[in-house]
Design a protein around this ligand. Structure first.
Ligand SMILES: O=P(O)(O)OC[C@H]1O[C@H](O)[C@H](O)[C@@H](O)[C@@H]1O
Length: 540
């Protein structure tokens, strides 16, 4: 691959996107009766349909050329071998080794297996009541303290899979806002609560503040000595966990080749193992491993993560659509959009390439979302009729885990209908006919017609899961992880660093002191000084 061939491939995408009619989708369906058959693919039990996009055969060929020019397969294989693909931090990205041994990375795979085994032994000992709290009571609640990647993944999976009757109740404390703790506190019985302090660095300000808060509460509840029996750390920083007072045998380590937003499969997933049970946590990993195998072996044209990434590249760079909505039609996936926001926007929100040059095109889109059908009654108006299309990911789950068949039919029907409405729209003739049939008079038709037209040709992809079981969810998350990696390769950016979160953290430190001392520093800009003064005045 040369930079020139990659730029030439990008130029082709830009040109195709700028061609007249490039964003039209309906004509493709009209011309190709077998469009669905040719524009969907399957992997790891999931189906991905990209037919409701303006990707024609020509565009697909150009996108596949782009993937080849970006050496996506070679980059992928480098990642699986443990190469330092996180170049700015000189780290590997081996989250795949957490789910299944990677032949090219035997050391990390063995290390991951060792931690997993320790997690299994601990989980089962807690469940059997062999590991108990200071007052000799069994643990029935696991409180995970963490933020960002040490929170969002476990929260999302926990909300998706936890059922009443599962081994332990999961509770999560993420935000440093004391109101979060105040909400959680009434749900906790200290004697039965096992606290996991989940932090890759063990230096994150919010997590450490919450960990100290909870430690004081636990000490007040079960005594200073007894409290240690209630704490576990999930971290790469053994020195800091020891300083916090957690015994080494209560630390579940992981390595710096696990990125924060790719870490739910590592020790960071311990709250999931404890709350769901080991078998279901293992099934989650197995589902992800199935997607890994698909990603590592399927040809580009049938490779789900590659197709999902190329579709996004087409939308962002071909058609200039730099926002995307994620609509899981399953209430249990309500935190999936939040997880994807971190996974995608922290990974792909970059403007500088690996070689230090500016990316000469748009990169990661803004991602937002809510479960359907609720989303239909909030932001979908803009998606249907706003001036600029917003590509949508619809996620459908075929079989529910409840017996309310009619509810599920309504749910699925709405998901399918939204995608169809975005595609087909409703033109003036159709709206007029509808209004006339409903008895509207000519003046009303003339007045309302423009408001009631749906432009159509609005793109979406649909992912279908057979059911929301651990394996399908694992595969779904891994699909998005690999999609992010492919986009990183196409844009030549590093999806594994996050320098952009640093500055705000640095600036917060002196501001904490100024708030404490009631003395704003004159060094701030006038807005920050004014706001600080206002808050201090209101607090006094
Ligand atoms: O796990 P930790 O080290 O506490 O980090 C928690 C989170 O904070 C950081 O600021 C990053 O934005 C995230 O990528 C990370 O997941």
């Amino acid at each position: 691959m040369t930079g020139d061939s990659l730029e030439a491939a990008w130029a082709r995408i830009t040109a195709l996107g700028a061609a007249p009619g490039a964003s039209a989708i309906r004509p493709l369906f009209a011309a190709e009766p077998d469009r669905f058959a040719r524009f969907h693919a399957r992997g790891a039990g999931l189906l991905l349909d990209i037919s409701k996009t303006a990707i024609s055969d020509t565009v697909r060929d150009a996108l596949l050329d782009l993937a080849r020019a970006a050496a996506v397969e070679a980059r992928r294989d480098e990642m699986a071998r443990g190469a330092l693909v996180n170049e700015t931090e000189r780290r590997a990205a081996l989250h795949m080794a957490l789910r299944e041994a990677l032949p090219g990375a035997p050391g990390p795979s063995a290390e991951a297996a060792g931690t997993l085994e320790a997690m299994r032994v601990f989980t089962e000992a807690v469940h059997r009541g062999e590991i108990r709290g200071a007052t000799n009571q069994r643990f029935d609640t696991v409180l995970n303290i963490g933020i960002g990647g040490s929170d969002l993944g476990p929260v999302m999976v926990g909300r998706a899979l936890w059922r009443a009757g599962d081994p332990m109740r999961p509770i999560h404390l993420g935000n440093v806002d004391g109101h979060g703790w105040e909400t959680v506190l009434p749900q906790l019985d200290a004697r039965r609560t096992l606290v996991l302090v989940a932090s890759k660095t063990f230096t994150t300000q919010e997590t450490m503040a919450n960990a100290h808060l909870v430690k004081r509460w636990m000490e007040a509840s079960v005594g200073k000595l007894g409290a240690t029996a209630h704490f576990v750390a999930l971290s790469t920083n053994m020195k800091a966990t020891a300083e916090f007072g957690i015994a080494p045998e209560r630390v579940f380590p992981f390595n710096d080749w696990v990125g924060g937003r790719f870490s739910l499969w590592s020790a960071i997933g311990l709250s999931l193992a404890l709350s769901l049970g080991w078998e279901r946590f293992r099934a989650l990993l197995d589902g992800a491993a199935a997607m890994d195998r698909h990603f590592l072996s399927a040809p580009l044209a049938e490779n789900l993560p590659v197709l999902l990434a190329l579709t996004e590249a087409w939308h962002v760079n071909g058609l200039g659509l730099n926002r995307r909505a994620v609509l899981p039609y399953d209430e249990r996936l309500r935190r999936l959009p939040a997880h994807l926001q971190q996974l995608e926007m922290e990974s792909l929100g970059k403007r500088v390439r690996l070689d230090g040059s500016l990316v000469p095109r748009a990169t990661g889109p803004v991602v937002f979302g809510e479960p359907g059908t609720s989303a239909q009654h909030s932001f979908m108006q803009l998606v249907h009729q706003g001036p600029k299309p917003v590509p949508v990911d619809f996620i459908l789950v075929a079989k529910p885990d409840h017996s309310h068949a009619e509810n599920h039919r309504i749910l699925l029907a709405n998901g399918l209908a939204q995608a169809e409405a975005l595609l087909m729209g409703r033109d003036a003739a159709g709206v007029e006919a509808d209004m006339r049939a409903a008895g509207a008079d000519e003046a009303t038709i003339a007045r309302l017609l423009p408001h009631r037209i749906f432009p159509g040709d609005r793109p979406s992809v649909t992912i279908v899961l057979p059911s929301l079981d651990p394996a399908s969810l694992g595969a779904l998350i891994a699909l998005y992880e690999h999609k992010v990696f492919v986009l990183g390769a196409l844009w030549r950016i590093n999806p594994f660093d996050q320098w952009g979160v640093e500055l705000g953290k640095v600036l917060a430190t002196p501001l904490v002191r100024e708030l404490e001392q009631g003395a704003p520093s004159p060094a701030h800009d006038s807005s920050t000084r004014g706001l600080l003064a206002e808050v201090l005045k209101l607090q006094s």
